[in-house]
Each structure stands twice: as structure tokens, then as C-alpha cells.
Design a protein around this ligand. Structure first.
Ligand code: P6P
Length: 328
């Protein structure tokens, strides 16, 4: 029987293929995987241990922090604390960038995370995720300004999806690979090598409750999709409220996820550095597109670590079609 390719074997074989490899990339991926395993374990027990509640705090976005937001954040920090490679962590759950044990002067990389994406779904046992991105500290890592890198410069990015099974999806070297956690082995197994997003798909993922606040051109596009659905069944709407899950469906089946800006809130809700840029990096590596409606997500020069951006992400043909409808 063909030997299962574990994440460890995948990393080591990748390292062999790059003679100059230092092993740093392998170490970074290994810690991401460890964080995913630990968070998956915590999630599997949270309902039993009554850990699905609130901490009583709010994050910088004014969102109530769930216990599992904090636990997941602390797990990621812990997994990178003893690794000298990472100096700073930018997290949805931390108001300012955190220096790992004073390594802001030495670490070659910085980590950007949404440690528990979709935490509003914890109580209803809906799929959840963690989103990660790793950037090289080309300008050092003394101040938050040093951490403001374009999404196109990411070394790697991806997500963990905590669904019926736990998956790790990671993009690097313009490729996307999916691994599924074998709980018995405690290993991530390569189950989705070289993922490519369909060039067009029929799934549309968005919170239609906000539609009246969107660009008129976008409203016209949605009207077109609903009319077409009756006559020709060209579109299906799917939305879970967890960006990772909704994006993962689009990545595998094709279509688009949208979290647009609103007329009175043009910046939208999702965060650039640790939500939209990482998934934009994955999407483009798989052959898709990620736009704010005005520009390519990965071209944006960030201005602050928690900035929000609108997003239209998914199959290239669908994204292009939507952009033609937007008011210019
Ligand atoms: P809404 C979860 O809180 C999140 O950040 C994303 O995972 C998700 O796509 C979005 O917000 C859902 O927002 O406004 O539809 O509840």
C-alpha cells in the first residue's frame, strides 16, 4: 500500500529538493502544525469542559473575546516562544504586536494570526479555523511599522480548519497543499496535493443581510445571480459565518466569497494582515483572485496592523465578472 505522506515527510522531501534549505521553513511549518493539533484537541473538549463562553474582555475591534479565542492565541504564542526564528506576533486577539521573549531584535520572521476564526460559531459546533501568515523581517522588527509588509511578500500563509476533521491548508512556492489530521497517528497526512481552484464556480458566499448597504453595482450582480438561479440554476448561496470554512468550500468547488465594504463603512469587516492577505495568498497560489473591489489584495501596502479591507475572493472568472459590475 502506498505509504501515507505525512507533513514531516512532505517538508523533508521539500527540503531535499532545495539544497540551500536551512531547515527554517520546516521548523516554522512544524510549529504551525503543532498549534493546529493542540487547538483541535482543545476544541474537541471545549463543549464538555464548558469552555465555549466569553472571557469578559473585548478585542481592539470591540468584539467580545471568547475563552477559545484566548486559548488559541496563547497556544500559537507558546508554540513559537521557544523557536528563535520568530520575533513578533500580530494577532486579532492582541491590541499591539507581541515580542516573543524580547526576540524583536533577532528573529528572522514575524507571525500574523487570527487564532480562532469564526468564534461566534463555537456554541453551535460549526466549523472554525485558524489563519496564519509568515513574513520575513526585511526591515527588522523594532516597531509595528516594520511589520507592515505587502501580502505578495508572504513567505507562506494558510489556515487550519476545525471541521468534521482537522485540515491544514498551506501555500508556498506558488503551490497549495492540504493535509488532514490523523488523530490516531497525531500526524497531518497529505490528502489534497497541489490544490487548484476551479476557474469558475457557482457558489456565492456572503452575508446577504448586509446587501442594502452595498455598492449598487454589486446589488445588481446579486440580482442577476438570483434571477439566473431560478431559470438556469447557475448559482447557489452558501454562508457559515466562518471565513476559513466558507473560503475552503470555494477553494475546492469554485465560486466567490464576498465581504464587501458598506457605503458608510467602506473598509469592510475583515482584517488585512491576518485574514484577507493570507487567504488571498492561498487563493492566488491555487490560481484564483483576491480583490478589494478596487485593487489586488496582495498589492496593498498596509498602514496599520489591524486595518480592515473589503474582499472579493475566489475563482478568477467569477471575481473578474463581479468587478465589471462594481460602480467605478
Ligand atoms: P458576519 C468571524 O467573526 C468573521 O471574522 C469571519 O470569519 C466571517 O467571515 C465574518 O466575520 C462573519 O461576519 O458579519 O457575517 O457575522
Amino acid at each position: 500500500m502506498e505509504q501515507a505522506i505525512t507533513l514531516t515527510r512532505h517538508i523533508l522531501e521539500g527540503q531535499k529538493a532545495h539544497p540551500g534549505a536551512t531547515g527554517e521553513f520546516s521548523a516554522l511549518l512544524t510549529q504551525i502544525a503543532l498549534a493546529g493539533k493542540r487547538i483541535s484537541f482543545e476544541l474537541s473538549r471545549a463543549g464538555l469542559l464548558g469552555k465555549t463562553g466569553l472571557t469578559g474582555g473585548t478585542n481592539i475591534h470591540g468584539e467580545a473575546v471568547k475563552e477559545l479565542d484566548q486559548i488559541s492565541n496563547d497556544i500559537f504564542v507558546d508554540c513559537f516562544e521557544y523557536l528563535d526564528l520568530v520575533s513578533m506576533v500580530v494577532s486579532e486577539e492582541m491590541d499591539t504586536a507581541a515580542s516573543l521573549k524580547g526576540k524583536s531584535k533577532t528573529g528572522k520572521y514575524s507571525l500574523y494570526i487570527d487564532p480562532m476564526d469564526g468564534s461566534s460559531n463555537i456554541e453551535i459546533n460549526e466549523s472554525l479555523g485558524s489563519i496564519f501568515s509568515i513574513q520575513k523581517n526585511t526591515n527588522g522588527a523594532e516597531t509595528e511599522k516594520d511589520l507592515l509588509h505587502k501580502g505578495s511578500d508572504q513567505l507562506t500563509a494558510g489556515y487550519l480548519m476545525y471541521g468534521p476533521c482537522t485540515m491544514l491548508v498551506i501555500a508556498y512556492n506558488n503551490q497549495v497543499h492540504g493535509f488532514t489530521l490523523d488523530m490516531g497517528l497525531g500526524e497531518f497526512i497529505l490528502t489534497h496535493p497541489n490544490i487548484r481552484i476551479p476557474s469558475r464556480g457557482k457558489i456565492i458566499s456572503l452575508n446577504a443581510g448586509n446587501a442594502s448597504k452595498w455598492d449598487k453595482g454589486l446589488q445588481n450582480y446579486l440580482k442577476y445571480t438570483q434571477e439566473q438561479t431560478e431559470k438556469e440554476k447557475l448559482f447557489s448561496y452558501r454562508y457559515s459565518g466562518t471565513f476559513v470554512s466558507d473560503f475552503h468550500r470555494i477553494l475546492l468547488k469554485g465560486g466567490t466569497f464576498l465581504y464587501p465594504g458598506e457605503v458608510k463603512k467602506p473598509e469592510g469587516k475583515l482584517r488585512l494582515l491576518y485574514e484577507v492577505a493570507p487567504l488571498g495568498f492561498v487563493c492566488e497560489a491555487a490560481g484564483g483572485k483576491a480583490s478589494t473591489g478596487k485593487e489586488r489584495v496582495l498589492d496593498i501596502q498596509p498602514t496599520e496592523i489591524h486595518q480592515h479591507v473589503p474582499v472579493i475572493i475566489g475563482s478568477a472568472e467569477n471575481v473578474d465578472e463581479i468587478l465589471t459590475y462594481l460602480s467605478h
